[in-house]
Design a protein around this ligand. Structure first.
Ligand code: AMP
Length: 196
């Protein structure tokens, strides 16, 4: 059975995690942030070290270990009873993050909507990431060079994923609004895809 999924999509700093956490708090939804799965790894494990190496440069971790880790994580969530694919909508944040990952997950995910959090002002994203670095002590948002590289990686590797899923699934939401207004728009999209 494929997993009923809503993808939260957008540049680093566009608010995917904030919105995902709110949705994930509701019964019937399960939020999975791939970045958080990576951050939960112990840094002295082989994959933990690979994660630090790539994320501190603002680059993506290679696809093979990423998808394997993600599958393991989702498997554990199912076994632990936290996520029930028969009843829950999976809210994915940060995966798939390039075309190869979208292809690898083609037979696993039944993507019902791609919610694209748009922010046409890169400077706003940079500001948000710098603020978050202070609050959450995140290595990859700590210096400007890494932030710029993260935004470039997004443009070059992640943005093409929008075309993979196509216009029919695409729902744009203005990420420059207040978090509450963004939530209202995200909820409206989810209402539409879950109605009837
Ligand atoms: P995020 O919290 O989503 O910004 O992710 C932080 C970092 O984790 C990224 O810059 C990547 O190095 C790594 N990462 C998260 N998700 C993925 C993914 N799907 N594929 C490869 N690397 C990822």
């Amino acid at each position: 059975m494929k997993l009923r999924t809503v993808l939260l999509f957008g540049a680093p700093g566009s608010g995917k995690g904030t919105q995902g956490k709110v949705l994930g708090a509701l019964p019937g939804f399960y939020h999975c942030s791939c970045g958080e799965v990576f951050r939960s790894l112990k840094l002295d494990t082989p994959l933990g070290r690979v994660f630090v190496e790539y994320s501190s440069r603002g680059e993506l971790v290679p696809d093979g270990p990423t998808i394997e880790l993600w599958r393991q994580f989702i498997g554990n969530c199912r076994q632990g009873g936290h996520y029930d694919p028969a009843n829950d909508i999976l809210v994915l944040d940060g995966i798939p993050r390039n075309l190869a990952q979208a292809e690898l997950l083609r037979d696993t995910l039944d993507v019902r909507a791609v919610v694209y959090l748009t922010c046409p002002h890169p400077e706003k994203l940079v500001q948000r990431l710098q603020r978050r670095a202070l609050k959450e002590n995140r290595l990859d948002d700590a210096n400007l060079e890494t932030i710029r590289r993260r935004l470039e990686t997004y443009d070059q590797e992640s943005r093409p994923v929008l075309d993979f899923y196509g216009r029919e699934l695409l729902h744009e939401v203005d990420a420059t609004q207040t978090p509450l207004d963004v939530l209202e728009d995200v909820v409206a999209v989810i209402r539409r895809i879950t109605a009837g």
